[in-house]
Structures are given as structure tokens and as C-alpha cells.
Ligand binder design. Structure first.
Ligand code: NDP
Ligand code: OXD
Length: 308
């Protein structure tokens, strides 16, 4: 069985060594070497071209290098090919760090202090106890749950929203569109950790963001396509929202003349909330191929009709 890897060459060198040492029966090839397309059963890629997919007649599984799969052109993928997102501890650890940083920065008014510093203004703001700060996470999957677990020890009031009902200790869980207004009304800091699908595109818009309490802040670590940019700008300018930390934009990179860069109440980071860690991801992939070969369910298999 052969795996074709078509992503970052530096990560590829680490993966090749791990496959050679720990899964020598799985042949690991990349485009820098000659390979027979008819032998490829597994493809590990970020955004494979339609031409590449069409050249692999025996492809069985497309593994995403990252947690998201919205970058795949599903129309180019034959219906029998299974799609798997990356679930590995490095991605969750990075996301936990980033969201904790963002929540603490917003909770402790870092955006206000950054502005005050520009004017050499000494302007203390009264502390809000963590228990009185309501943090809501949209998306209660692998990453949403990891983030909530990390925020719990601070004592924040935690809630979450997902498509199907979830039960998470210490978290008020809401499910489905009908529950969205109640969820939004109880979020002083809203974190978007949804996948980008037909249903979630543009979900962070005036209609939803204006249901957040006055002075609420947004952390978008999902995808840029979740956010209607002009609606965020208007709600910040109207002071309904107090700030936003955006790790994802549409497009990426964010153009140099985009108004987000200079906005005093927006912090931009370049899609670095988390990154697939080479060693743990290679091992997660090997474990998943082993599961597949044993006829067991794949970890992170995407329901193609649902888009995540
Ligand atoms: P999962 O698939 O594990 O979880 C997705 C969650 O979103 C589930 O709880 C799901 O509901 C919920 N959801 C999906 N559609 C809807 C909807 N229409 N309404 C309400 N809830 C919905 O994904 P992960 O946690 O692994 O990753 C989430 C996203 O994070 C990725 O798709 C990617 O976009 C982003 N990401 C960003 C990174 C960055 O560096 N900025 C890095 C890694 C990921 P249910 O529980 O009912 O299925
Ligand atoms: C992502 C990732 O999906 O980096 O954004 O894993």
C-alpha cells in the first residue's frame, strides 16, 4: 500500500523517517520522486488539485494535513473516496494555548490598554471576576471541547453551541438554530470554532453578532468565511462590540490595505492558532491507516454530505 504526501517538504522529511521506522509496510512517496499513480491508495494533502486527484485511479482515502477540510474541492473527488480530517494532539494543544491567550487578553482589557499606551494614558479598568465573564464556544467538536476544558479552571461561566445536542460537565450546552439566540445572549466573549460549511458560511454577521450583549468581543479561529467583515466593522464602530481577535481571514493572507490591519479594536494573527505537529500527526495518520486496514472506523472521518 502506498501513501502519497504532497504538502510542506520539511514536514514530509519527518513523516518519511517516521513511516520508515514505524510503518515500513506503508510505502511513503512524494512528488519529488518518481511513483506509479496506480499504486496510490492514500493521499495526504492540504489542497490537492483536480488533476492530481484524477491521476490516482485507486485512491481510497484523502487525509487532510490540517483539522479543516473546507479547502478540498469535493466536486473533484470521486464519491467513493473517503475524507478524513486531522485529529492529533499538537493541533489541539496549539488551539488551547491560542484561545486561552485570546480569552485572557480580552477578559483583562488588553485592547484598551494597548490604546491607552499609545497615548501614554494611565487608565485602570475595574476587574471583572472570571465567574462573571461568560465565554461561549461555537462548535463543540474536538477543538471546542479541548478549549472549554482549558478555560474551566479559570472559573469562567462557560457555554457552547453545536448542531446536535451535547453534554459537557460544567458547560451550558445549546444545540441547533433555534437555540442560537439564547446562546448568543449569554456570551461576553464568543469563540468561533466551527467548520466552514454551507450552513456556517457568514454565520458571524450583523444578525447574530448584534444578539451578543453590549460590549462583547469575538475570537474567530474557525475560518475567515464565517465572518461578514463589514458587519464586524460596523458593530465595532457602533461600540456594540468591544473588540475582536481574528486568526483567520478571507482571503489569506489578508491584503495589506485591508481595514482590519489598522483597526484599533482588532488584533490579527496569520492563521497560527494551531499548526499540525509533524511527529504526532505522522503517528495519528499511521494509526488511522491501521484502523482502516483492520476494518475499524476512521478517526475524524468527514460526512461528505454534511461538509464536516
Ligand atoms: P469538529 O468536526 O470536531 O467539530 C465541529 C463542531 O462544529 C461540532 O460540534 C459540530 O456540531 C459543530 N457544527 C458544525 N456545523 C454546525 C452548524 N451548522 N451549527 C452548529 N454547530 C455546528 O471540528 P474541530 O473541532 O476539529 O475543528 C473545528 C474547526 O476549527 C476546523 O474545521 C477549522 O475550520 C478550525 N481550525 C482552525 C485552526 C487555526 O489555526 N485557526 C486550526 C485547526 C482548526 P456537532 O457536535 O453536532 O457535530
Ligand atoms: C486548520 C489547521 O485546519 O491548520 O486550520 O489545521
Amino acid at each position: 500500500m502506498t501513501l502519497l504526501y504532497t504538502s510542506d517538504p520539511a514536514r514530509g522529511r519527518i513523516w518519511r523517517a517516521i513511516f520508515a521506522a514505524e510503518a515500513a509496510d506503508i510505502e511513503f512517496v512524494d512528488p519529488s520522486q518518481p511513483y506509479d499513480p496506480a499504486t496510490i491508495r492514500y493521499l495526504a494533502a492540504w489542497a490537492p488539485s483536480a488533476e492530481l486527484i484524477a491521476s490516482l485511479p485507486r485512491l481510497e482515502i484523502l487525509f487532510s494535513i490540517g483539522a479543516g477540510i473546507d479547502q478540498f474541492d469535493m466536486s473533484a473527488l470521486p464519491p467513493h473516496v473517503r475524507v478524513v480530517r486531522m485529529i492529533e494532539p499538537g493541533i489541539a494543544a496549539g488551539m488551547v494555548e491560542y484561545v486561552t491567550m485570546a480569552v485572557l487578553a480580552l477578559h483583562r482589557n488588553l485592547i484598551d490598554y494597548r490604546e491607552a499606551q499609545k497615548e501614554a494614558r494611565w487608565a485602570p479598568i475595574k476587574l471583572v471576576p472570571a465567574g462573571e465573564r461568560r465565554i461561549g464556544v461555537m462548535g463543540l467538536g474536538n477543538l471546542g471541547q479541548a478549549v472549554l476544558g482549558a478555560l474551566a479552571p479559570f472559573g469562567f461561566a462557560l457555554s457552547g453551541w453545536s448542531r446536535s445536542p451535547r453534554s459537557i460537565a460544567g458547560v451550558t450546552c445549546h444545540a441547533g438554530e433555534a437555540a442560537l439566540p439564547d446562546f448568543l445572549a449569554g456570551c461576553d466573549i464568543l469563540i468561533c470554532l466551527l467548520p466552514l460549511t454551507e450552513e456556517t458560511r457568514g454565520i458571524l454577521c450583523r444578525q447574530t453578532l448584534s444578539q451578543l450583549p453590549h460590549g462583547a468581543a469575538l475570537v474567530n479561529v474557525g475560518r475567515g468565511g464565517h465572518l461578514v467583515e463589514q458587519d464586524l466593522l460596523s458593530l465595532l464602530d457602533e461600540q456594540h462590540l468591544s473588540g475582536a481577535m481574528l486568526d483567520v481571514t478571507d482571503p489569506e493572507p489578508l491584503p495589506a490595505d485591508h481595514p482590519f490591519w489598522a483597526h484599533p479594536r482588532i488584533i490579527i494573527t496569520p492563521h497560527i492558532a494551531s499548526m499540525t505537529r509533524a511527529d504526532s500527526a505522522a503517528r495519528a495518520l499511521i494509526a488511522n491507516i491501521r484502523r482502516y486496514e483492520a476494518g475499524e472506523p476512521l478517526d475524524g472521518e468527514v460526512a461528505r454530505n454534511r461538509g464536516y
